[in-house]
Design a protein around this ligand. Structure first.
Ligand code: GLC
Length: 441
């Protein structure tokens, strides 16, 4: 029923989510999933994660289930594609006792909240420092809370610039733009020559992805939201941060981006680009695997280039850190089985499969030197450099509330409802209040 589709979720995702949800519910009802021992000794486990358009998650689950036939069976529970809405739902489930939650694929920004509330398991014994060394340091940092690991890194993420190599070449450009001004110039020329509908599409909606894109514009102009070395110091009301928000807004006023970016999330912006309607796209690495698939047959990989994001001065832009770790719910009745599934997913073989099949960035450092991955997945090869320039969103226990403030101000500024100066001033004040309230409580 189309009318009950939640705001901001694409029809395809909604159908998938509700379909799987139903299937999951039937299974749960019939088999009592959530760690229960079934007749015949089969232990059912739930795996709650975001939808995966690349299909690689389901393939891995099928492989695990086949290997463990008669012992374990994992059921894929697809949540909302919007990380904020997914966390809202999980929070409600945790608060109600966490029934049917075993393994959870989370978002880097959730660790502090999940761990502080006692909802996810301390993995110190299962994921000791000796094993942590095999993973990207940034991905390990993302799962540590109070000095302890609360998850296993699975894949990492960063914002990248996809571009139409073929169209840029036809307009006389032999590479991607290094600055936002160059991107605008290339857009004007290439739109005029090729008749492409849009220039640059990105995620400007009022949600977590809008925070990532807004921060990237701010970082790309030398600004930040919080002081990286002192997360209690808000520094967003600065000329650099304001210049970043002004550039983001100017994408619309200069005719480079459609007004629709103010409501675009990952799917809508990726769809516009993959359907051949845009010259540039800011998105995460997984989009590479979707090029030329049956859902998006219009382009092939030869037509698409991927680079680091532009900046105001031509230095490599800073993409947002977006790690997706695997947590075990403290409510799980079978943490050992949950761990077995996590070990399977994070083994080199499975991480390599995900990189090749879904262009997800591995968290095992060694895989970045794997020749097969380097050759067949250009985004992984690019990420080796790009990951050195990534920046985290504010790391603070008040992140969820801060994110809502950033969502509001970044989106209002992009819409032109407030000036970039006013957005930065309001944000400065509201974030300072949140920190103060947190310290007083
Ligand atoms: C990606 C990132 C995640 C981020 C989200 C925003 O899934 O991995 O960290 O919060 O996009 O939409």
């Amino acid at each position: 029923m189309e009318s009950s589709r939640p705001r901001g979720i694409s029809r395809r995702d909604f159908l998938k989510t509700s379909g799987t949800g139903l299937a999951g519910a039937v299974l749960l009802g019939a088999a009592g999933c959530g760690g229960a021992e079934q007749g015949g000794g089969v232990t059912e486990l739930s795996y709650s994660a975001s939808p995966d358009d690349t299909g690689s998650t389901q393939k891995l689950i099928d492989k695990f289930n086949k290997q463990n036939k008669g012992t374990y069976r994992v059921v894929f529970i697809e949540g909302n594609a919007d990380t904020g809405q997914r966390l809202d739902k999980l929070r409600t489930q945790f608060q109600a006792g966490g029934e049917n939650l075993d393994v959870i694929l989370g978002d880097v920004i959730w660790t502090a909240e999940l761990a502080a509330n006692g909802w996810v398991t301390d993995l110190t014994d299962r994921f000791p420092e000796s094993t942590q060394k095999e993973y990207l340091p940034g991905s390990v940092e993302a799962i540590i809370f109070d000095g302890k690991p609360y998850a296993m890194p699975w894949y990492t993420d960063t914002g990248l610039l996809y571009y139409r190599k073929d169209l840029l070449e036809q307009s006389g450009y032999d590479g991607p733009p290094k600055t936002w001004d160059e991107l605008k110039e290339m857009t004007r020329k290439t739109m005029a020559k090729s008749g492409t509908k849009y220039g640059f599409v990105f995620q400007g909606a009022r949600y977590e992805g809008g925070v990532c894109d807004g921060c990237e514009f701010i970082w790309g102009h030398g600004g930040n939201v919080l002081d990286l070395t002192d997360p209690n110091r808000v520094i967003v009301d600065s000329p650099n941060a304001i210049a970043g928000l002004a550039t983001e807004r100017s994408m619309i006023t200069d005719g480079v981006s459609p007004q629709a970016v103010t409501v675009y999330k990952e799917d809508e912006s990726a769809g516009a680009f993959l359907n051949g309607d845009a010259i540039f796209l800011r998105n995460w690495p997984y989009v590479y695997a979707l090029i030329g698939t049956s859902d998006y047959p219009k382009l092939d990989t030869e037509q698409v280039g991927v680079s680091e994001l532009p900046s105001s001065d031509g230095k490599p832009g800073n993409g947002t850190v977006g790690d997706q770790p695997l947590y075990i719910s403290t409510s799980s009745k079978n943490p050992d089985a949950a761990w077995k599934f996590i070990e399977f997913l994070s083994a080199p073989e499975q991480q390599k499969f995900r990189a090749i099949e879904g262009s997800y960035l591995p968290t095992r450092s060694k895989l970045y030197d794997d020749p097969e991955i380097q050759e067949s997945v250009p985004v992984v090869a690019l990420a080796k450099t790009a990951l050195q320039h990534t920046l985290p969103r504010p790391v603070t226990p008040y992140y969820s509330d801060m994110s809502l403030e950033m969502q509001d101000q970044f989106n209002a500024s992009l819409l032109g409802e407030v000036s970039p100066e006013d957005a930065a001033r309001t944000l400065q004040k509201n974030l300072e209040t949140l920190i103060q309230q947190g310290q007083d409580s």
